[in-house]
Ligand binder design. Structure first.
Ligand SMILES: Cc1cc2nc3c(=O)[nH]c(=O)nc-3n(C[C@H](O)[C@H](O)[C@H](O)COP(=O)(O)O)c2cc1C
Length: 165
């Protein structure tokens, strides 16, 4: 299992914090690197949550979530939301409520939970993007169990990659 985890970890990703709030006002936030865009039309995203995560029942109940894409200087937020705590949001600056939108991110996507698939020991949440916002900046990266720095100048056969979803 450890060997497989390490092999999966060779796939470099960004880092996002998925947040939500229930009708009763209970908030949850988890750090993930399993976020990906799925579809442009309709706009869909997905992310995966361990079925053993204490926050899983809350995300299943809430029916909505926000994907907060972390910037290079937000490693402390990644650590905060990856560590179980009574109130992960204590002292965290928010740019929106009641659905918690984190301040200072590169982008956020407010989503309605469209479907939840069984993904082995994870739930696969597919969200329909209701609104989003984007900012300029460098991303927080994750590879082989470590945070990494962005190397902005690498161009392969041109400045931009061909358009993709
Ligand atoms: C960079 C990074 C990426 C992570 N990606 C995921 C993920 O995609 N899915 C997941 O279930 N946990 C992931 N985790 C672990 C969760 O953030 C962690 O288990 C968290 O405590 C879960 O929140 P909860 O305890 O409030 O349920 C990741 C942790 C880090 C540091």
């Amino acid at each position: 299992m450890r060997a497989l985890r390490e092999a999966f970890g060779q796939f470099a990703t960004g880092v996002a914090v998925i947040t939500t709030v229930t009708a009763g006002g209970e908030r949850a936030g988890v750090t993930v690197n399993s976020f990906t865009s799925v579809s442009l039309d309709p706009p869909l995203v997905l992310w995966c949550l361990s079925d053993r995560a204490p926050s899983a029942p809350l995300f299943l109940r809430a029916g909505r979530f926000v994907v907060n894409v972390l910037a290079a200087d937000q490693g402390h937020l990644s650590q905060r939301f990856a560590t179980p705590a009574a109130d992960k949001f204590a002292g965290v600056e928010l740019a929106g409520a009641p659905l918690p939108v984190l301040a200072g991110t590169l982008a956020h996507f407010v989503c309605r939970t469209e479907r939840v698939y069984d993904g082995g020991d994870h739930h696969i949440f597919v969200g329909a993007v209701e609104r989003y916002q984007r900012a300029e900046g460098e991303p927080l990266l994750f590879h082989a169990g470590r945070y990494r720095e962005f190397w902005p100048e690498l161009a392969i056969g041109g400045d931009r990659v061909a358009e993709c979803a």
